[in-house]
Every structure is written in structure tokens, then in C-alpha cells.
Design a protein around this ligand. Structure first.
Ligand SMILES: [Zn+2]
Length: 465
């Protein structure tokens, strides 16, 4: 979810082009040549592809890998996407089901196997050669929730989004395979189905509770974006800084959340968080992080994008930054002109600073109205891959971009968790400052000798006795 009219007006759409370092929009323009004008990339492409083909033993023994014209980008793209699953980091289809049909999927109003009006349906995912999808179970920030302690519908609606996502996956077994681990994705791809994973887009969706993080993990959620367009008990959002407030980074409970997500083996997603939250998180993460749908700040000065120092630190962290297709993030100055070349620019910028083993794709389809020209729906991924090849990427680099990187990161996160759990580290029991707890009924017996005094004296209680 990039924006809604409401959210966008309040946050992302209103993000100023300046940044916390004092650079305005005109002070650090990075020029990237248009792909058709760049003969250098093209020449490298010929050489790299030619060498790769000559060296490959498969060309001798496997007729289907017969050498092809390296400038036949469409055929190269088909070959790559037949061998490597293209995994998109973020799609908001579950939100559309909630908003438009109140999660009723059995009455025939929505047929995902036919062409729908929005960006996403199974018909066009197949055309787009999609191999895996993280479905975002996004629920808005609750504007009426002034403090973490205020009651809200957000956690309930999140549970419902997880529920409807699992139900629509189960409803289309010919096309979709539910996955909660990296190995499953490869298996689903081999069986000809689109691996379907669940990601939660905002720490507000777990109600400021580490126990809730454990529970949504048990329900199958495999990443949490630490914030959406509001601060929560975990950390500062990019939108908060865009609105002129201080960047306070990761909060105390946020450190505990990251610690617990690493222990669980849950991907920590840093799209939507402030730049300092990115830095703080990476400084303590015990496993690679992801950005499920982000761009490069140096190319487009929107605070949702990732600054260069963070991109470099992701290299050390071994994480992945999945490039999004959202117009205003791609080109904050002229979003109406954002096109495929802009997405390629962001991918190449990240690859230049971080290496090809830390780029990915996270379009944000169905989460925004405005996507790059030429990438209008889920059938268009091959067009992007062809453009990346035309710019000079080798087939091996493209394989990393489309799926190998996110799967490698996920497997590393799973391995790190196994190690942490084997060390005997216990689940985190921290809470946010000011958390209130219920008081028992008057006259109930006490379990602990000191409770009779401390509970009654405790200011952080709610309810009565
Ligand atoms: Zn988003």
C-alpha cells in the first residue's frame, strides 16, 4: 500500500522533496542515461551474455538452452523466468477484497481467474510469469488512536485480512500455493503454481505487542513492515519525518520487536520507516532485512526511498531492497512521467552501491493508483526484465533480481532463527512504556505475596475492582 487519497494527502503525497541532510531537490540530481541511448551497457550485455553462453555446459547438452541472440531480450526473459521464480515483495489485493466486497469471496462477484479492473488477477499474473507473491494484509492506521493504549479495530481487521488471504489462496489451488518458508516457494514454482506468502504492512497492525508478533507469525505472516504511514510502538515512520517531525528512529520496544522477529525467523521489512529507523534496525539486526517495496532516495528525494548510506549498509547486512513501481516514489518531481526506465534506474543504482545480490522487485500493485508508464499491471513484469537486460544486466544478475535474492535472504533469516533458538534464547516479554494491564476482580485471591500491594498501587491499570 503506497497511498490512498486519505493517506496520501496526509503523508506520502505531501512529502517535501528536501531531506534531513538539508539537500533540496535540486542539489543532488543523479543522471542515469536512458537505456536506448547507452551503448556501453548494450556492449557489456553482448559480451557478458556471449561469454555466459559459451561457458555454460548446458549449451552442449541441453537443447532448450541453445544459444540465442543476446539482444533477444524477450526470449532471454522467458528463459530466466522459466528457471527462476519472479517473486514480488508487495501486492495489496487483500485490501481490495476488504474494501470492495467485505472479504466475501464465494458469492461469485469476484473471479480472480478473469480479468478484473484493477492491477491484479490470476489471469494477468500468469501472463506476467509471476512465480511468487508476498500478499500484503494491509490495514490503515487508525486516525482516532491517539495513543497505543487506545482501543482500535486494527488488529481485528488484520486477522481478517490474513483469513481472507488464506481463503483466496485455497480457493485457487491450480494457480496458488500457500507458503510460509523459502523452500516451499521453489517447490510451488516447480509444480507450476504461484507461491503465495503473507506480509503485514505496519507495526501498528500488531497493537504494540510482542506477543501479537509471535501470534501473527504462527498464523503464517512472514514479514512485518515496521511502520506504515504512522508511528507505532516500534518506531518512526517516514511520513512522520515528511510532515516535519523529528526522526526518532527505532523506539525501545522496536529493538525488542526486531530481536523477537529474528528469533522467530520473521523477515524485518523497512519500507515505509524513517531513515533513522532503517539505520537503527540494521545496526542491531541479527539477520538480513528486506525493503518489500522501496526505491533509491538519491534518484528521487521522497523520504519513502532508501538513502545511499543505508543502501551500502544493506550490503553488509546481506539484505534485499525490492524496487517498487509507484510513480511518485520513482520520480517525486514529475510522477506523471515515471516509466520503466525510472524503475531500471532505481534497480541499477541499488545494484551499483550494494551489488546485484541485494536487489529485488516489489511493485506495490493494487496499493496505489499510479504506477510507472509501461508497468500498468501484473502482466508487465517481463517488460521490466527485458529493459533491465537491455540496460546490460546478465542473465545471472537478473535471476538474482527476480527471485534468488529474496529467497536467499529468507533462507538466511530462517537459519539465523534456528541458531538463536538453539542457543536457548527465550521469547521477548517487553512491553511499551505506559502499557496498562487489567486489574483482577475485587475479592479474588492473590497468587503472589507482593501483588496485593503493588497491583493496587500500580498506575498502569485499567478496569475496576
Ligand atoms: Zn506501502
Amino acid at each position: 500500500m503506497a497511498d490512498t487519497t486519505q493517506d496520501g494527502t496526509r503523508t506520502e503525497s505531501s512529502t517535501p522533496a528536501g531531506n534531513e541532510n538539508g539537500h533540496g531537490p535540486n542539489t543532488s540530481i543523479v543522471l542515469h542515461p536512458a537505456r536506448r541511448a547507452n551503448s556501453g551497457w548494450l556492449r557489456n550485455s553482448f559480451l557478458a551474455t556471449g561469454v555466459a553462453i559459451l561457458l555454460s555446459p548446458l549449451t552442449l547438452f541441453w537443447p532448450s538452452a541453445a544459444p540465442i541472440d543476446p539482444t533477444d531480450y524477450a526470449e532471454r526473459t522467458r528463459r530466466v523466468l522459466r528457471s527462476t521464480p519472479l517473486i514480488d515483495g508487495h501486492n495489496d489485493l487483500p485490501m481490495m477484497l476488504r474494501v470492495e466486497v467485505h472479504n466475501r469471496i464465494y458469492d461469485g462477484k469476484v473471479d480472480l481467474e478473469k480479468k478484473l479492473l484493477g492491477h491484479t488477477d490470476l489471469l494477468r499474473m500468469r501472463q506476467g510469469l509471476v512465480g511468487g507473491q508476498f500478499w500484503s494484509v494491509y490495514v490503515d492506521c487508525d486516525a482516532n488512536q491517539k495513543h497505543f493504549e487506545d482501543p482500535s479495530w486494527v488488529v481485528r481487521d488484520t486477522l481478517e485480512q490474513i483469513d481472507v488471504t488464506k481463503r483466496f489462496i485455497a480457493e485457487h489451488p491450480k494457480h496458488l500455493q500457500y507458503c510460509d518458508n523459502a523452500f516451499c516457494v521453489r517447490k510451488a514454482f516447480k509444480s507450476g503454481r504461484i507461491a503465495s506468502m503473507i506480509g503485514i504492512e505496519g507495526g501498528h497492525q500488531v497493537g504494540g505487542s510482542i506477543a501479537s508478533i509471535r501470534q501473527v507469525f504462527d498464523l503464517g505472516a512472514r514479514y512485518i513492515t515496521l511502520t506504515h504511514n504512522c508511528d507505532n510502538a516500534i518506531g518512526t515512520a517516514a511520513s512522520t519525518v515528511a510532515a516535519g517531525n523529528a526522526d526518532e528512529g527505532l523506539f525501545k520496544l522496536g529493538y525488542s520487536a526486531v530481536k523477537e522477529m529474528n528469533r522467530l525467523g520473521m523477515l524485518v521489512d523497512l519500507s515505509h520507516v524513517s531513515h533513522q529507523t532503517m539505520r537503527d534496525t540494521i545496526s542491531v539486526a541479527r539477520a538480513p532485512v528486506i525493503f518489500s517495496h522501496s526505491g533509491a532516495y538519491a534518484l528521487s528525494k521522497h523520504l519513502r526511498n532508501v538513502p545511499d548510506d543505508v543502501i551500502r549498509s544493506v550490503k553488509q547486512n546481506r539484505g534485499v531492497i525490492m524496487a517498487n513501481f509507484v510513480s511518485k516514489f520513482l520520480n517525486v518531481d514529475h510522477p506523471d512521467q515515471a516509466g520503466i526506465d525510472d524503475v531500471v534506474n532505481h534497480i541499477f543504482h541499488i545494484a551499483e552501491l550494494c551489488g546485484w545480490d541485494c536487489v529485488g522487485i516489489g511493485a506495490d500493485f493494487s496499493g496505489t493508483q499510479h504506477v510507472a508508464i509501461g508497468l500498468g499491471d501484473v502482466s508487465k513484469y517481463p517488460a521490466l526484465i527485458e529493459a533491465v537486460m537491455e540496460r546490460g544486466a546478465t542473465d545471472e544478475q537478473v535471476k538474482m533480481l527476480v527471485g534468488d535474492n529474496i529467497l536467499r535472504v529468507w533462507a538466511e533469516v530462517e537459519r539465523a532463527a534456528k541458531g538463536i533458538q538453539a542457543s536457548g534464547e527465550l521469547p521477548v516479554e517487553e512491553e511499551y512504556e505506559g502499557r496498562k494491564w487489567a486489574l483482577g476482580l475485587k475479592g479474588d485471591p492473590w497468587m503472589l505475596r507482593e501483588s496485593a500491594m503493588t497491583c493496587v498501587a500500580d498506575a498502569n491499570v485499567r478496569g475496576a475492582w
